[in-house]
Write a protein that binds this ligand. Structure first.
Ligand SMILES: NC(=O)c1ccc[n+]([C@@H]2O[C@H](COP(=O)([O-])OP(=O)(O)OC[C@H]3O[C@@H](n4cnc5c(N)ncnc54)[C@H](O)[C@@H]3O)[C@@H](O)[C@H]2O)c1
Length: 257
């Protein structure tokens, strides 16, 4: 029998967007490393999800609903008996059309879920950690779109830019409490919700040209960074970004290679 101790042994963690591609990989990696995890997402995708082992508890939470966020975060912390790491991963995917046609409704939805939802859940997590008095880790999932735009994605990109600065602002304000706040910026990651778009010839060609590793990443690539940011070893890192994008943002004019 193995007596190996996990990298996150007995850590108490909450992950939003847990039924999605990246969130699910983070929940599974955390549980595999010995953490106890509350997996949050909208009720419907959560009801379809199954989890390995007995370390994961599913809890519905709509990131567009302030009251529900307060209740669910409180319930999660009570269930776990405290909170060591919080991962803000839940978000609406891009695709709101051209800027000229961007509606007030879509703007409000994307800023509401992707930025305000991140703020509200992070604030609830930070308050729980501050009350405990022994620090903690807050990990936001931004995007390369936190720094670089792309066509037809103004609301998504603006929200992800906000997540980058929110993360730095939290790092500044929470350092004294020992709450370390960092962002992961994924590049193109092939998740089930992407429905095979990375196999379509046009996008596959763009990924080959613009990504140094010439392929989309896997959710597990992001989970590996999320494990690192939650473990004790990453104790002098806050306000930072880990970019996991296969070299996309290191390069311009990749097609000239
Ligand atoms: N896949 C990529 O290429 C990529 C690239 C950069 C950043 N990201 C970011 O990674 C994170 C995870 O994305 P993913 O690729 O796994 O996508 P995904 O669509 O598989 O997962 C997103 C999850 O967020 C949940 N969600 C959406 N609206 C919600 C709401 N109102 N309340 C609660 N949950 C809600 C969805 O139900 C879904 O399970 C997101 O923040 C996304 O912006 C993804």
């Amino acid at each position: 029998m193995s007596s190996a101790v996990g990298r996150l042994e007995d850590k108490r963690c909450v992950v939003t967007g847990a039924a999605g591609g990246i969130g699910r990989a983070i929940v599974e990696a955390y549980a595999r490393e010995g953490a106890r995890v509350v997996a949050m997402d909208l009720a419907e995708p959560l009801a379809r999800a199954t989890w390995p082992g007995d370390r994961v508890t599913a809890l519905p939470c709509d990131l567009a609903d302030r009251g529900m966020i307060e209740r669910a975060m409180g319930e999660a912390v009570a269930l776990l008996g405290g909170l060591d790491a919080f991962v803000a991963c839940g978000a609406l995917k891009w695709g709101t059309g051209s800027f000229l046609d961007l509606t007030d409704h879509d703007w409000d939805r994307y800023i509401g879920v992707n930025l305000t939802g991140t703020f509200l859940t992070c604030r609830a997590a930070a308050r729980a950690m501050a009350a405990q008095g022994n620090g903690g880790r807050i990990i936001t999932i931004g995007s390369v779109n936190s720094f670089m735009s792309e066509p037809n994605a103004a609301a998504y990109v603006a929200a992800k830019g906000g997540v980058a600065m929110l993360t730095r602002a939290m790092a500044v304000d929470l350092g004294r409490q020992g709450i370390l706040c960092n962002m992961i910026a994924p590049g193109p990651i092939d998740v089930p919700n992407a429905k095979g778009i990375y196999e379509e010839p046009k996008l596959a060609g763009e990924v080959r040209d613009e990504v140094a590793l010439e392929r989309a990443g896997n959710p597990e690539d992001i989970a590996a960074a999320a494990v690192f940011l939650a473990e004790d070893g990453a104790g002098y890192m806050t306000g930072s970004t880990i970019t996991v994008d296969g070299g996309l943002s290191a390069m311009i004019f990749g097609g000239m290679r």
